[in-house]
Design a protein around this ligand. Structure first.
Ligand code: SIN
Length: 291
């Protein structure tokens, strides 16, 4: 293997709030320990990392993902038969006016007792334009709240459930993609799980808001109706443009994000084009609240 002389990778911030493009790393090659360390540190600092022009087999994608932790299989989404740790996120060119996977602001599978640590999304085929993904920084969303609101939210817990996915959030009268099989009536996804509204991130030790419009249904011990006004404010607040970044995919682009301190949103604006992504999910741990 060629000797590294610089002992540093290029990390270029992609927006003011979060996201960084990493240059000079070929993810198909076995990575040296110091590069792995720098990538892990960059993920903690920037929350989502982007790589361009990668040429990965599914096995290389899996190997890279495992550098950040063991992989997990998530409920209600069908994984690939040949690679059961990969989800093919697909919308075919002839699938028009459908609701697509991830097309609302969310943190992945936040209704699990141990929500995923993160995900690695690799672009196989993308439209010539459209099909971008956005992320939002939930540390900054928390930091920007007033002291009074922080004091009120810090001890709260909220209920998360996979039940609304694709139902409450699918635009009315449209069907979900036939290209990505979503299983309904899954007891592991449908039950409610309480999560802290403000978490202490297990690596950075920083406080982050942990609510999202797909899965957070209400505050613990409150009704949905009682919870709605404050949740609606938080959902709007979290995605203020200054807390976000947007990534334009090309074939061979890859993104890895931390699921505990970000939300993401897959933009469904490419009817008539095929978009195929391969996604792995990195296992997480139960989240600890601010109080
Ligand atoms: C997701 O993981 O939510 C899908 C993201 C995307 O397809 O851009």
């Amino acid at each position: 293997m060629k000797e590294d002389v610089t002992r540093s990778i290029a990390v270029r911030p992609a927006a003011g709030s979060l996201g960084a493009e990493i240059e000079g790393v070929d993810l198909a090659a076995p990575l040296r320990d110091w590069i792995i360390d720098e990538l892990r540190q960059a993920l903690v600092a920037h929350l989502v990392l982007f790589f361009r022009d990668q040429n990965l087999t599914p096995d290389e994608h899996l190997r890279f993902s495992r550098l950040f932790g063991p992989l997990t299989r998530v409920p209600y989404v069908k994984h690939m038969d040949e690679y059961p740790d990969i989800i093919a996120v697909l919308k075919e060119a002839d699938e028009r006016k459908i609701s697509t996977f991830g097309n609302a602001w969310h943190s992945d599978f936040s209704f699990l007792e141990a929500p995923p640590m993160g995900s690695v999304l690799y672009a196989k085929e993308v439209p010539s334009h459209g099909g971008d993904t956005l992320w939002a920084n939930m540390y900054e969303a928390y930091d920007a709240l007033s002291d009074g609101m922080k004091r009120m939210l810090d001890p709260l817990r909220a209920m998360h459930s996979g039940r609304p996915y694709g139902v409450a959030h699918a635009p009315s009268g449209v069907r979900t993609s036939r290209s990505i099989a979503i299983e309904r009536e899954n007891p592991q996804a449908d039950r409610e799980v309480a999560q802290p509204v403000v978490i202490i991130h297990p690596t950075s030790g920083r406080k982050a808001l942990f609510v999202n419009e797909i899965y957070t249904t209400r505050f613990e011990d409150m009704t949905e109706e009682e919870s709605r006004p404050l949740l609606a404010f938080l959902f709007r607040h979290c995605i203020r443009p200054e807390f976000t970044c947007r990534f334009r995919w090309k074939p061979g682009s890859l993104a890895i994000w931390d699921n505990r301190c970000t939300l993401h949103y897959a933009v469904n604006d490419y009817d008539g084009s095929r978009r195929l992504m391969h996604r792995t999910t990195i296992a997480g741990e139960a989240l600890v609240g601010a109080m």
